[in-house]
Design a protein around this ligand. Structure first.
Ligand SMILES: Cc1cc2nc3c(=O)[nH]c(=O)nc-3n(C[C@H](O)[C@H](O)[C@H](O)COP(=O)(O)OP(=O)(O)OC[C@H]3O[C@@H](n4cnc5c(N)ncnc54)[C@H](O)[C@@H]3O)c2cc1C
Length: 339
């Protein structure tokens, strides 16, 4: 075989796997279709280090999230990746929220998430005077990380251990052969063929397509993807002292997800995430309606599309829509409308 281990995709997952495997294995190749690492979902997210409070008990997601939380902070300390363990408040603003908040807190305790605390309205106001809440959960282990530096550290670590990164190389076909796989790889106008003993699929949003190449049926194997899309809004410079912590509303039924944060590299961002199921026409219409409903509530003054955003380390951020908000001194974060 030409290669021992092939990793498809240099997003944060492929990079982290490469770093870990490079401790013990040689002849590792990472193939990435873009010109560098982390140019897709891994550079278009909120950069939050989650605690694992939300996920079902005894699930793999809970286990990986809570162990990963600890390992990620350790890695950042060891390799000087910028992060801030700023903590997060999940807030309730009405009675129904308070019930959901208590259920969420109980879930977190059963998941053994460390550093969770219920906070009264008065305690919360003292810490975050510009935001109102009836009750809140404080999650001490939630933080934010500079995702570009994190990915760069994984790449450097794996490279130092001998792993090879082949950018502008797209895996085009995979077939099973005795003792491994045959890979067809495109780079520009050239086509290469390699054999590899082990192939690791870390292709993110293309993972189902990659799995299908050697004949795995994504439906039968339960590899279907659920798409999520985020819209990020930046507050005007000068308004970045709105909150000291991450602030999340309690998840609702049919929830739209919002957060407010001071990120490591940029000002405050307020992402709105909504799940997209196959982007049907009906869904698009619903999303548009939701957005239109939100506009007056956002006290919108200007709304314009911006080009690519770059953070201090030339970190690529998602294409964002920039919003200038007229804010009063007191801001009420409502789960119905966000800010
Ligand atoms: C709006 C939003 C906010 C989020 N916020 C958070 C957060 O705060 N905290 C958190 O932990 N997670 C967050 N996530 C989730 C997180 O971003 C993803 O789980 C993570 O980035 C996935 O990384 P990945 O490496 O699997 O995928 P990707 O980053 O998509 O990497 C996959 C790579 O595979 C490459 N590839 C695909 N096909 C091929 C091919 N045929 N040949 C070669 N290369 C190929 C792609 O080019 C890509 O670079 C968020 C996600 C979204 C959408």
């Amino acid at each position: 075989m030409d290669l021992h281990i092939t990793i498809i995709g240099a997003g944060v997952v492929g990079l982290a796997i490469a770093a870990e495997l490079s401790k013990k294995h040689e002849n590792i190749f990472v193939f990435e279709k873009n010109s560098g690492f982390g140019q897709e979902t891994s550079s278009r997210n909120s950069e939050v280090i989650h605690s694992g409070i939300y996920y079902p008990q005894n699930s793999l997601k809970t286990e990986l999230c809570s162990v990963g939380n600890r390992l990620l902070y350790d890695w950042c300390d060891s390799y000087r990746v910028p992060y801030q363990k700023i903590g997060k408040f999940i807030i309730a603003i009405n009675e129904e929220d308070c019930e959901n908040l208590q259920l969420l807190f109980n879930n977190g305790i059963k998941n053994n998430i460390p550093g969770l605390k219920l906070v009264t309205s008065e305690e919360f106001t003292e810490i975050e005077p510009k935001i109102k809440a009836k009750k809140a959960i404080f999650s001490e282990t939630t933080g934010i990380v500079d995702s570009h530096s994190l990915m760069a550290s994984f790449e450097a670590y794996a490279s130092n251990n001998g792993a090879t990164f082949a950018y502008n190389h797209q895996i085009n076909n995979i077939s099973k052969i005795k003792g491994g796989y045959n890979l067809k790889i495109l780079s520009g106008n050239e086509t290469f063929f390699y054999t590899s003993e082990i192939v690791i699929n870390a292709a993110g949003l293309m993972a189902d397509k990659i799995a299908a190449l050697p004949g795995i049926n994504p439906d039968e194997a339960d590899y279907q993807l659920s798409y999520a899309k985020g819209h990020y809004f930046r507050l005007k410079p000068g308004m970045s002292n709105l909150a000291e912590h991450l602030i999340y509303p309690v998840p609702q039924k049919n929830w739209i997800y919002r957060e407010v944060s001071n990120s490591v590299l940029i000002y405050i961002i307020c992402p709105i995430i909504f799940w997209i199921i196959l982007m049907s026409r009906e869904l698009r219409r619903n999303l548009l309606n939701q957005f239109i409903v939100m506009l007056p509530l956002l006290n919108l003054m200007t709304f314009r599309k911006t080009k690519w955003e770059y953070g201090q380390n030339c970190r690529k951020k998602a294409k964002v829509s920039e919003i200038s908000l007229s804010m009063k001194n007191q801001i009420k974060v409502s789960p119905a409308f966000g800010i």
